[in-house]
Design a protein around this ligand. Structure first.
Ligand SMILES: *[C@@H]1O[C@H](CO)[C@@H](O)[C@H](O)[C@H]1NC(C)=O
Ligand SMILES: *[C@@H]1O[C@H](CO)[C@@H](O)[C@H](O)[C@H]1NC(C)=O
Ligand SMILES: *[C@@H]1O[C@H](CO)[C@@H](O)[C@H](O)[C@H]1NC(C)=O
Ligand SMILES: *[C@@H]1O[C@H](CO)[C@@H](O)[C@H](O)[C@H]1NC(C)=O
Ligand SMILES: *[C@@H]1O[C@H](CO)[C@@H](O)[C@H](O)[C@H]1NC(C)=O
Ligand SMILES: *[C@@H]1O[C@H](CO)[C@@H](O)[C@H](O)[C@H]1NC(C)=O
Ligand SMILES: *[C@@H]1O[C@H](CO)[C@@H](O)[C@H](O)[C@H]1NC(C)=O
Ligand SMILES: *[C@@H]1O[C@H](CO)[C@@H](O)[C@H](O)[C@H]1NC(C)=O
Ligand SMILES: *[C@@H]1O[C@H](CO)[C@@H](O)[C@H](O)[C@H]1NC(C)=O
Ligand SMILES: *[C@@H]1O[C@H](CO)[C@@H](O)[C@H](O)[C@H]1NC(C)=O
Length: 726
């Protein structure tokens, strides 16, 4: 490949890993009191019957306690009658004898599989998922990261044949580093060898393409089968990050090599702290070259959310990924001596065995001796090695992190009630339980930390493109790295093969795995076709996810998740795709006033812009549409030019429809409104005109264009916004 132009003045530590710092922790329920479901059948029809007080009466009777706070876990009172309560064995026996009680059985947590994330996305384990195994074995995912742990079971080559013929890479991982038929390539740009001492690169690589490994867990937490999106594919690791950071120079070299080595998909979970124009953004430059050579780059959006304009992945030739949760959530309960349970966040592997410890609330500076042998409760202090456990206020937007000591982070309300308990009790005591998995039926929600649009560089290009699981993800880890944080390497001596991490770093390789999966069915598809297939088939997301305040509320929509949540199975069969090639991207850049000098920095060769070749940025043939209006427009009309390619059945007819987003009053006209195809790969162009008035300055307005035959729904969000405040 051509030598890339020198680009960034920033060489060292310009890029950072996009995962959140973290902590850790522990066990099961209280030893003596287990949660039981007391089932009482259908609801009595008596008008004077109040289920809740009946439940409380029963509990008071069997426990002999007037305060049953903390005992009653749940009341069922809408469709049937019953309750869940924390009971001892003898209490359980007594309640079973009571009038009206039909059955009593223990409450169990949902047993969700590890890498719950792939199940959540509909890509099931085993033979139920359609796979093109022959091609999957020829597909190579290149991961640009902190290196890899070659001996991890996630990268074992059992059952793999020799590397695909097209592979031109090497195993240059340094001393004591051996590749195999699964991990076929390794390169190092840090002079430390490709071995991963941090864990991040091992985590991302195994998420994209790791083998299915059963019995993977973090000290039993999340126990199940860990696997990547394309377990049959090969991996090539490019190490660009060392403890000091990830240099953009290394990143560019890694792209340079990965493209030439013959990878099919590149996954890169690194980013800058500030947005850069394309010619100064090494990832955009590297990815441009990858795109020219037919390789799709999948990139994390950033962890700067929910601030508007915090997305750092801005180029249209990159697939940019936001982060959302899955239906498996990790929680860490705090149980007070009075029985009250507070549900907090953290990934706690430490088992206090249900033993109660004194609770000490310190508001200012922390004193070691004061908290020794006690549980530190503080809204201000991060943790204490002397304390038995720490309870603080949740400030990470509801994400459970691995901490070096027993830990639980409570909501402000729960923290207040804990402090009231401490204030009102002579000898306040409690304990912190080991983390458990619970079922969150509200998923997917966009993570608070996930970076939001609008796009700082190209105002009319919607970013991020899609969202994928990036919260509390269990995947392979480096067994020499500290699972909580490198800064606790000495004090936190736990070492693990699988760890729980959160960040857009974790959502990115999920989409890289999906892109590789799509490519195994369509090996001849260009990067833009794969990108389009993933975007136009994404699940629409309802609701806003995390809203920090009314000020940032407007970014909590398409600027948070783009086209929606990835759907790997649907992406195999999109019907129509929006295609883009190098010439289209150049025309887009010309439309953004790039010239021969600045274009050369991106394309690596001299290209001239001309009036004929340039396009308005919003007319780039992108699978989503967006336009920023000037502040003062009371009424407006915006047009978008698009062309679709038929990749479905040869004879098909698509009709357009517009589905308005919540509160949107936009009108849409599509010309022509019906597209008829007679051949595969046939292209048809159309024009979309969006009109409206009185755009709410705080809200973007969204309408979805859907092209539909009987089988496919090809959906593009259209987002119109103005310049209010930003
Ligand atoms: C899955 O398919 C393979 C190959 O067809 C077969 O050998 C294997 O037994 C199947 N596994 C299950 C669990 O059905
Ligand atoms: C090679 O690496 C493995 C894994 O860290 C380690 O167990 C072994 O001691 C190393 N061997 C040498 C010669 O450094
Ligand atoms: C994980 O689950 C498997 C199968 O249920 C079980 O055999 C194993 O002991 C579990 N591992 C841990 C650490 O809980
Ligand atoms: C607690 O952690 C946060 C985030 O890691 C950091 O900004 C803050 O300075 C820490 N506070 C203390 C008292 O260590
Ligand atoms: C607890 O007591 C402290 C100091 O005695 C007081 O400042 C605080 O407001 C009290 N908090 C609650 C929730 O009772
Ligand atoms: C979407 O959210 C709105 C507002 O929260 C709600 O009224 C509507 O029922 C939701 N639709 C679906 C399909 O969940
Ligand atoms: C190209 O654009 C850059 C940045 O906008 C500008 O500094 C430079 O003078 C331009 N070069 C030409 C040849 O117009
Ligand atoms: C670009 O166009 C200008 C004006 O037509 C011309 O002078 C210049 O040589 C061209 N540059 C390249 C690299 O084609
Ligand atoms: C909006 O229009 C008003 C009246 O035409 C003008 O005074 C004001 O400067 C305009 N504001 C902006 C931001 O363009
Ligand atoms: C598509 O339709 C045309 C005209 O109706 C017909 O001639 C042709 O055979 C059809 N092709 C296929 C593949 O069904």
């Amino acid at each position: 490949m051509a030598k890339l132009g020198a680009t960034s003045s920033c060489l060292l530590s310009c890029l950072v890993l996009l995962f959140l710092g973290s902590v850790s922790a522990i066990t099961d329920d209280l030893q003596d009191k287990q949660v039981y479901i007391v089932y009482m059948g259908s609801l009595p029809s008596r008008a004077d019957y109040t289920p809740m007080s009946h439940h409380i009466n029963i509990l008071q009777e069997i426990t002999g306690e007037s305060s049953i706070e903390g005992r009653l876990v749940r009341s069922y009172k809408r469709s049937f009658n019953g309750f869940a309560a924390r009971l001892t064995e003898s209490e359980r026996e007594r309640v079973a004898e009571m009038e009206g009680v039909i059955s009593v059985f223990p409450s169990e947590n949902y047993k969700l599989q590890t890498t719950a994330s792939w199940d959540f996305m509909g890509l099931k384990e085993g033979n139920n998922t359609k796979r093109n195994l022959a091609v999957e074995g020829d597909t190579i995912v290149g991961v640009i990261d902190t290196g890899i742990w070659p001996e991890s079971e996630s990268f074992s080559d059992e059952g793999f044949g020799s590397p695909p013929k097209k592979w031109k890479g090497v195993c240059a991982g340094g001393a004591n580093f051996t590749c195999n038929n699964k991990l076929i390539g390794a390169r190092d740009y840090t002079s430390q060898g490709t071995r991963d001492n941090v864990g991040h690169g091992t985590h991302t690589a195994s998420t994209a393409a790791g083998n299915a490994v059963s019995g993977a867990s973090f000290f039993g937490i999340g126990n199940g089968t860990a696997r990547g999106g394309v377990p049959g594919s090969r991996i090539a690791a490019y190490k660009v990050c060392a403890e000091k950071g990830c240099s953009s120079a290394s990143v560019l070299s890694a792209f340079d090599d990965a493209i030439a080595d013959g990878v099919d998909i590149i996954s890169i979970s690194l980013g800058t702290a500030f947005p850069r124009s394309y010619e100064q953004d090494t990832i955009a430059i590297g990815a441009f070259h990858a795109m020219v050579k037919g390789i799709l780059t999948v990139h994390s959006a950033g962890n700067g959310g929910p601030t508007p304009k915090s997305v750092m992945s801005l180029a249209p030739w990159i697939l940019t990924v936001a982060a959302s949760n899955t239906n498996r959530e990790f929680v860490t309960k705090v149980v007070l001596e009075n029985g009250k349970t507070l549900v907090g966040k953290s990934v706690n592997s430490f088992d206090l065995k249900g033993k109660n410890y004194p609770l000490v609330n310190t508001v200012s500076t922390y004193e070691g001796p004061l908290v020794k042998g006690k549980i530190l409760v503080s809204g201000y202090i991060n943790g204490s090695e002397e304390a038995v456990a720490t309870i603080n206020i949740e400030r990470k937007g509801g994400v459970s992190l691995v901490k070096p000591t027993p830990f639980s982070s409570l909501s402000i309300d729960d923290f207040d009630s804990l402090v009231s308990y401490i204030n009102s009790t002579k000898f306040p005591q409690g304990t912190v339980l080991k983390t458990e998995a619970v079922f969150d039926q509200t998923a997917p929600k966009i993570a608070r930390f996930s970076s939001r649009g609008p796009n700082f560089i190209a105002a009319d290009l919607l970013k991020p493109d899609v969202t994928a699981p990036g919260v509390e993800i269990l995947a392979a880890f480096s067994p020499v790295a500290c699972p909580s944080s490198p800064k606790y390497t000495k004090s936190d001596t736990r070492r693990v093969k699988y760890n729980v991490l959160s960040g857009t770093s974790m959502s990115c390789p999920h989409v890289a795995g999906v892109a590789a999966y799509v490519k195994t069915f369509h090996p001849d598809w260009s990067p833009s076709m794969i990108q389009s297939a993933i975007m136009t088939t994404a699940w629409p997301i309802n609701g806003t996810g995390y809203v920090a305040s009314t000020e940032t509320a407007y970014v909590s929509n398409e600027f948070a998740y783009g086209s929606g949540h990835v759907d790997p199975i649907a992406a195999l069969n999109p019907g129509l795709v929006y295609e883009l090639g190098k010439a289209d991207h150049i025309a887009f850049l010309c439309g953004m006033n790039y010239n021969v000098t600045t274009l050369k920095l991106i394309a690596g060769e001299a290209v001239n812009c001309s009036k004929e070749s340039e396009i308005l940025p919003r007319n780039l043939n992108y699978p989503s549409m967006s336009a920023k209006l000037s502040n003062n427009m009371s009424s407006f009309s915006v047009t978008f030019d698009r062309t679709v390619t038929n990749v479905g059945p040869p004879n098909s007819t698509y009709k357009s429809k517009a589905v308005a987003g919540i509160g949107s009053k936009l009108s849409v006209e599509v010309t022509p409104s019906v597209l008829s195809f007679e051949n595969v790969n046939e292209k048809k162009s159309f024009k979309v005109t969006v009109t409206g008035s009185e755009l709410d300055p705080k809200l973007s307005s969204t309408v979805n264009l859907i092209w539909s035959d009987a089988t496919h729904n090809v959906r593009s969000p259209i987002v119109i916004y103005n310049n209010f405040k930003y």
